[in-house]
Design a protein around this ligand. Structure first.
Ligand SMILES: Nc1ncnc2c1ncn2[C@@H]1O[C@H](COP(=O)(O)OP(=O)(O)OP(=O)(O)O)[C@@H](O)[C@H]1O
Ligand SMILES: [Mg+2]
Length: 481
C-alpha cells in the first residue's frame, strides 16, 4: 500500500497537471481563433487590394493575356499589373467572366498539379463575397483560406473574379517559444512543485511518526506518567498531541485508582484473614471448652465480615463493568422506609440514639427495591454509627414537583469540611486506624456503593456536614412517570 506521503504528492501533481493542461488548452484555443480571424481579415484586405489594382489598370497598356470576350468586356492583365500582382506573397488567381483563370501568382504556379486542380475546383465553387472558404492541400499542414472578390467595370458590368488564398499554418502550428513553455518549462515546473510537496508532506509524516513513537513509549501502566512532546508538533498536531495527553492523563488517573483499589481491597482482606487464622489456632490449642467456643465465635464473626466485604467488592466491580443488576419496578417508598426505620430503631436503641420518622404521604419511584433498601440502610446505620449516645437521627421522605428526596439528618460527630469531598471514595474513612479497631469499623465502601445506586436510578446522593455538629445525607430520585 502506498504511503500517505506518496498518495498526497501524487494527488497534488495530478491536480497541478490537470489545471495547467486546462490553462494551456484555453490559451491555445483563444490564440488560434484570434490568429484565424487575423488571417481572415488579412486575406480580405489582400483580395480588396488586388481587386482595386486590377480595376485601376483596366485601361490602356498592352494586354498580356486576353480572354475570349469582346474588347468591352475583356479583362486585361497588363505587364505592369502582372508585376504588381506577383508581388503578393499569397495565392492569387484572376478569372475572366466565363470563369477561366487568366492569371496565377507565382505561389499558385509553384503548386503541384494535383493541388493546382484542387485549388481550381474550389475557386470555381467559391461564392463571391460570401464567407471565406477553407481548402486543404495535399501536404498535411498546408491549408488555405480563400476569399473571392467580383471585378466590375465602372458601368457595373461584371468582368471577372479575383480569388486570394492565404495559408493558415500560422494558426494551426504553435510558435516555438510557446511549445517550449508548454512541453518543457511547464512539466519541469510541475516536477519541481511535486518535489517540494513531497518534502513538505515528508515533514508532516515525520511529525506523525514522532507522535506515534511517543505514544508507543507510553505502553504500560508504569509509563503512564509520561506525556507526549509538543515540540515541533505543528499547529494541527498540537491539538492532537494535547488530546492524546489528556487521554493519557485520564488513563493514568483511572489506572492509579484501580491500583489503589486493589491494594486497599487486599489490605482489607488481609486483616480479617489474620484474625481468623489467630482465632482458629486459638480454638485448636485451647483446652477449655468455653474459651474454644469464644474463639470460634470470633472466627465466625470475621468470616461474616469478609463475606460482606467480598459482596461489596463484587457489587462495585459489576458497577464498574456497567453490568448494573438493577431491576426496575414501581416501588412504594413509604413501606420501604418504614422497614428501614424499624431496623434503625433497634440499632438506635442499642447505641442510645433516638430515631424519628414522621408520617408522610406515599410516593412511588421506578427502581430496584433491594438496592434502594441497601442505600437507605447504609445512610441510617452510618448516622447511628457516627452519633454518640444521646444524639438523634431524623429520617425524612419528601415529595417535590419533579423528584423525591430521602434525607437522613444526625446530630453526630460530623465530617471535616476538607473530608466531605472524599467520603464517596472507595475505602475512604475518617481516621482509618481508629474506626477499623473500634466497633464502628466499616470498610468505607457503603457510600461509594450508595452513590452508584443513586446514580443508577438517575438520581444523586449528596452530603453536607459540620464537624462536631452532625451531618445531612440526601438521596434525590426522579419521580416515576
Ligand atoms: N453520618 C455520618 N457522620 C459522620 N461521618 C460519616 C457519616 N457517614 C459517613 N461518614 C464518614 O464517611 C466514611 C465513609 O462512609 P461509608 O458508609 O462509605 O463507610 P463505612 O460506614 O465506614 O463502612 P461501610 O459502610 O463500608 O461498612 C465513614 O467511615 C465516616 O468516616
Ligand atoms: Mg457505611
Amino acid at each position: 500500500m502506498a504511503s500517505t506521503r506518496t498518495n498526497l504528492t501524487a494527488a497534488f501533481v495530478m491536480g497541478l497537471a490537470v489545471v495547467t493542461a486546462a490553462v494551456e488548452l484555453t490559451v491555445w484555443t483563444v490564440r488560434s481563433s484570434s490568429v484565424y480571424s487575423d488571417i481572415a481579415r488579412y486575406a480580405t484586405s489582400q483580395a480588396d487590394l488586388a481587386a482595386s489594382l486590377i480595376a485601376e489598370s483596366a485601361e490602356g497598356a498592352q494586354p498580356v493575356v486576353i480572354g475570349p470576350d469582346t474588347a468591352a468586356q475583356a479583362l486585361v492583365i497588363t505587364t505592369r499589373l502582372g508585376a504588381m500582382l506577383s508581388a503578393f506573397p499569397d495565392y492569387v488567381t484572376v478569372l475572366d467572366r466565363g470563369g477561366t483563370p487568366i492569371y496565377r501568382s507565382p505561389a499558385s504556379l509553384r503548386l503541384s498539379s494535383d493541388d493546382a486542380t484542387l485549388l481550381d475546383e474550389q475557386i470555381a465553387n467559391l461564392p463571391t463575397g460570401g464567407p471565406p472558404g477553407l481548402l486543404s492541400l495535399g501536404r498535411l499542414d498546408e491549408r488555405l483560406l480563400l476569399i473571392a472578390r467580383t471585378l466590375s467595370r465602372p458601368g457595373g458590368m461584371t468582368v471577372g473574379r479575383v480569388v486570394v488564398g492565404v495559408p493558415t499554418v500560422a494558426a494551426t502550428r504553435l510558435p516555438r517559444q510557446v511549445s517550449i513553455v508548454f512541453f518543457i518549462v511547464v512539466p519541469v515546473m510541475i516536477l519541481v512543485a511535486g518535489w517540494i510537496a513531497w518534502m513538505a508532506f515528508g515533514q508532516t509524516a515525520q511529525r506523525l511518526a514522532r507522535i506515534s513513537h511517543d505514544v508507543a513509549a507510553v505502553s504500560d501502566g508504569r509509563s503512564l506518567h509520561r506525556r507526549l512532546s509538543m515540540d515541533h508538533a505543528g499547529k494541527e498536531f498540537e491539538s492532537l498531541v494535547s488530546t492524546l495527553n489528556e487521554m493519557i492523563e485520564r488513563l493514568e488517573t483511572s489506572f492509579m485508582g484501580l491500583r489503589r483499589f486493589t491494594a486497599d481491597a487486599s489490605h482489607e482482606l488481609k486483616t480479617p484473614l489474620a484474625v481468623l487464622r489467630a482465632d482458629v489456632e486459638r480454638a485448636m490449642t485451647e483446652t477449655s471448652h468455653n474459651e474454644r467456643l469464644v474463639a470460634l465465635e470470633e472466627a465466625l464473626h470475621e468470616t461474616t465480615r469478609m463475606a460482606d466485604l467480598v459482596e461489596s467488592l463484587l457489587t462495585l466491580a459489576r458497577a464498574d463493568e456497567g453490568r448494573f443488576d438493577i431491576h426496575r419496578e414501581p416501588v412504594e417508598l413509604r413501606p420501604l422506609v418504614q422497614d428501614v426505620y424499624e431496623t434503625a430503631l433497634i440499632l438506635g436503641e442499642g447505641a442510645g440514639v433516638a430515631v424519628n420518622f414522621p408520617f408522610t404521604a406515599d410516593v412511588t419511584v421506578m427502581g430496584d427495591p433491594t438496592r434502594l433498601r441497601q442505600l437507605f440502610l447504609n445512610l441510617v446505620t452510618n448516622a447511628i454509627k457516627y452519633t454518640p449516645a444521646g444524639g438523634k437521627v431524623d429520617i425524612g421522605l419528601g415529595l417535590h414537583p419533579d423528584n423525591v428526596t430521602f434525607a437522613v439528618r444526625d446530630t453526630g460527630i460530623g465530617i471535616a469540611a476538607a473530608d466531605v469531598p472524599h467520603i464517596f471514595e472507595r475505602f475512604w474513612r475518617a481516621d482509618r486506624v481508629r474506626s477499623r479497631m473500634s466497633e464502628r469499623g466499616g470498610f468505607g465502601l457503603g457510600l461509594a456503593i450508595g452513590q452508584w445506586i443513586a446514580q443508577a436510578h438517575g438520581g444523586t446522593l449528596t452530603a453536607s456536614s459540620r464537624l462536631g455538629r452532625g451531618s445531612l445525607f440526601t438521596v434525590t430520585l426522579p419521580l416515576a412517570r
